[in-house]
Design a protein around this ligand. Structure first.
Ligand SMILES: *Cc1c(COP(=O)(O)O)cnc(C)c1O
Length: 386
């Protein structure tokens, strides 16, 4: 899939080869039954993901963006409402809030990772705040015990952006809120899957995500029966009963074929996420002690390393990237511009120090379940020689 010697940020080729026979079989099954829209695999995927997560309901949709939008609307978020989220995320987080008719209010991230600072969240609450969308960025769960404690205090809905965190598990010892969170919430959330911590979780099956499909796709999970029912209604043009449309919805069904492929990948996700953690552990060992490189903290949290993202300090990130590229190593910047500095929000003139600082220092290194030890050593050696 790539020139020999070139180490891409993510190589889907080995995953595909690993699952090829099962995927071919899934393809044949769907071609044989021919139920391409809302076929039996869609329902089966919803059931299996709900079971895997330990959540009551799952609603498959067309993308992670739609999963966020539909979850927000199904939670009752709409015009006039403010929704607190982070600026250091993919634009779809903010966009889905806007598409629901609400206003995204950006708050800063914490010190130890790239996730929402709960204190900043609390400071941003107004009488119009109705919800919060924490993002488990790069696969690391946000400081959810503290976030849930604050959300409860102000009666806010919590819709988790789990686009990057499929399979991640919350550990109360996350360190992000410096152990200041309520022991009751810590106990309640400990060991649970991201997406089951708030009222609903929104997942993406975009091919590069941990549970990536072979096209667009997404999923909402929740324990709230009414929310699941409304989401399922919004997914199909706002109709619970065909041709009896109640409200304006969407055409946001997940293709049967994607569901069939995702059922295959779901069987491998624990193994794939475990392999990602192993890669992260090897980076942690291989890259420690470089004064200009800040590694992600705590490799043994419930992190699923959608990205392995370091911070480059006291040297030019551009020339480092260029030097790595010359050695055949691809790296990427997620995200070069925080949302509040994008053209669509620039007129807000907002300053968020830590988000801006992260955007100008982060660098994501090659990561994936099948990144070989030899290729990874090349990345480590290249960095150490610079
Ligand atoms: C990918 C992503 C989304 C959007 O998912 P799509 O399936 O591409 O629509 C939303 N939020 C975050 C943090 C993402 O990484």
């Amino acid at each position: 899939m790539s020139n020999p010697g070139w180490i891409p940020l993510l190589d889907l080729g080995p995953e595909l080869r690993h699952m090829r026979l099962e995927l071919d079989e899934a393809y044949r099954t769907v071609m044989d039954h021919g139920r391409f829209i809302m076929g039996p695999e869609v329902r089966q995927l919803e059931q299996e993901i709900a079971r895997y997560m330990g959540s009551g309901y799952a609603v498959a949709v067309n993308s992670g963006t739609d999963a966020l939008l539909i979850a927000l609307r199904a939670a009752g978020i709409g015009p006039g409402d403010e929704v607190i989220t982070t600026s250091f995320t993919f634009f779809a987080t903010a966009e889905s809030i806007e598409m629901a008719g609400a206003v995204p209010v950006f708050v800063d991230i914490g010190e130890s990772d790239f996730n929402m600072d709960p204190d900043a969240m609390e400071k941003a609450v107004t009488s119009r705040t109705k919800a919060v969308v924490p993002v488990h960025l790069f696969g690391k769960p946000a400081a959810m015990a503290r976030i849930m404690e604050i959300a409860e205090k102000y009666d806010l809905k919590v819709i988790e952006d789990c686009a990057q965190s499929f399979g991640a598990v919350y550990r109360a010892a996350c360190g992000d809120c410096h152990d200041r969170c309520d022991p009751r919430w810590r106990k309640q959330l400990e060991g649970r899957q991201t997406g089951t911590l708030g009222q609903a979780g929104a997942f993406s099956f975009f091919p590069s995500k941990n549970l990536g499909g072979f096209g667009d796709g997404g999923m909402i999970i929740t324990d709230d029966e009414a929310l699941a029912d409304t989401a399922a209604m919004l997914r199909v043009h706002g109709a619970r009963k065909k041709y009896h449309n109640e409200t304006l919805g969407y055409n946001s069904r997940l293709d049967t074929l994607q569901a069939a492929f995702l059922l295959v990948k779901l069987r491998h996700i624990e193994d794939f996420n475990r392999r990602r953690r192993e890669v992260a552990n090897r980076y942690q060992e291989g890259l420690s002690g470089l004064s200009w490189l800040r590694l992600p903290v705590q490799p043994d949290t419930g992190h699923v390393y959608h990205q392995y993202t370091v911070r480059i300090q006291d040297r030019s990130r551009d020339s480092l990237m260029e030097g790595l590229r010359e050695k055949g190593i691809q790296t990427m910047i997620y995200y070069p511009v925080p949302c509040h500095k994008l053209p669509v929000y620039r007129n807000r003139n907002q300053t968020l120090d830590k988000s801006e600082e992260a955007a100008s220092h982060v660098l994501s290194l090659p990561m994936g379940p099948f990144l070989s030890a030899a290729d990874q050593q090349r990345v480590v050696d290249a960095l150490r020689s610079m």
